[in-house]
Design a protein around this ligand. Structure first.
Ligand SMILES: Cc1cc2nc3c(=O)[nH]c(=O)nc-3n(C[C@H](O)[C@H](O)[C@H](O)COP(=O)(O)OP(=O)(O)OC[C@H]3O[C@@H](n4cnc5c(N)ncnc54)[C@H](O)[C@@H]3O)c2cc1C
Length: 289
């Protein structure tokens, strides 16, 4: 199918994007990599009256370290993160390049952007899961300037965020670097969005797990952080028994779906397996700093 007709605009700076969003109103949409928006327009699930192409915006394609935060510009392509061997990334955030490999197929990763994924906010998207895992801040620019939204308050439901009508995502700041991390997922076909995903990050100090985060993808309307499972691992010895207890709590956190097509038992089983596998993989991959 072809999309409904739309106006096309091109912007060169974030200021221009915000001005255009303000001028064109709520029906206008930003076009970044187009890997989610274009299919939605082709299926007429989205019918924006105007597109603002941000591929010409200069200065939003970067990965840089600011203290403990890894700052990723909105127009940074998935593939740029995937291929990064930068010491700033490897030091505490080495999971990011590894997790990027799970995103779709090669052409999708070369076009899709980190900012687009964070804005689109699919609950299975790797960047959205990692944003919660690493307590990221999302930086948005609007008519009043820039503001920072903690990822905890960013995701507000399925494909829904707390972005304002004339705002654009300019940066995601991943925080809390940890030496151990892994993301595992299961999809029926390679390159598909996952049916379920589990991501973990932690440190090991004096033989005990510390600073633990666990996030599930694909099991709720937004990435699901699991404080109870995290508490079960915190202070424990990094071993199978610890992972099994965290996995049990993670699986139990999955609510019964109202969709009769959705098999909760299967999803719980997947989450249990994926969570144990993520902890195992994190240990095998080893410390990154
Ligand atoms: C076959 C297929 C498989 C895929 N598999 C995966 C997968 O496994 N994992 C995964 O994470 N993704 C997957 N994707 C989606 C892909 O990663 C997209 O690139 C990503 O979701 C959106 O990024 P984009 O740059 O393409 O954004 P676009 O498609 O251009 O935009 C998406 C939405 O975000 C808005 N937007 C974009 N940029 C900004 C911004 N800076 N500020 C505010 N709003 C903005 C747009 O207006 C639009 O509403 C898949 C896509 C396809 C087609």
């Amino acid at each position: 199918m072809k999309p409904a007709t739309f106006e096309y605009h091109r912007a060169y700076t974030p200021d221009e994007v915000v001005e255009l969003l303000d001028e064109l109103g709520e029906d206008a949409k930003i076009l970044a990599g187009g890997q989610s928006l274009a299919p939605m327009m082709n299926f007429r699930l989205a019918r924006p009256s105007a597109l603002i192409d941000v591929n010409t915006v200069v200065g939003l394609d970067y990965i840089r370290r600011e203290g403990d935060q890894l700052c990723v510009g909105a127009m940074t392509r998935h593939r740029t993160v995937e291929t990064s061997t930068d010491a700033d990334v490897q030091d505490g955030f080495a999971l990011l390049p590894r997790a990027a490999r799970w995103i779709g197929h090669y052409p999708i990763r070369t076009r899709g952007t980190v900012g687009g994924s964070i804005a689109h906010s699919d609950p299975t998207a790797e960047w959205c899961i990692l944003a919660r895992l690493y307590d990221a801040d999302v930086v948005v620019q609007g008519p009043e300037g820039r503001r920072t939204v903690p990822s905890e308050g960013w995701f507000t439901g399925f494909l829904s965020t707390s972005i304002g009508p004339s705002e654009m995502v300019v940066e995601t700041r991943f925080s809390r670097p940890r030496p151990y991390g892994a993301l595992t997922e299961y999809a029926r076909r390679r390159g598909d969005f996952a049916i379920a995903a589990s991501a973990v990050a932690f440190d090991v100090v004096d033989g005990r797990c510390q600073d633990v985060s666990i996030v599930l993808g694909g099991v709720a309307t937004e990435p699901l952080r699991l404080p109870e499972a995290e508490a079960a691992v915190e202070g424990s010895v990094p071993e199978d028994q610890t992972w099994a207890e965290a996995a049990r709590i993670a699986a139990a956190a999955i609510k019964k779906s109202s969709d009769p097509q959705d098999d909760d038992r299967y999803r719980r089983h997947l989450v249990d397996t994926l969570t144990r596998r993520a902890f195992d993989e994190a240990l095998v991959t080893g410390p990154t700093s």
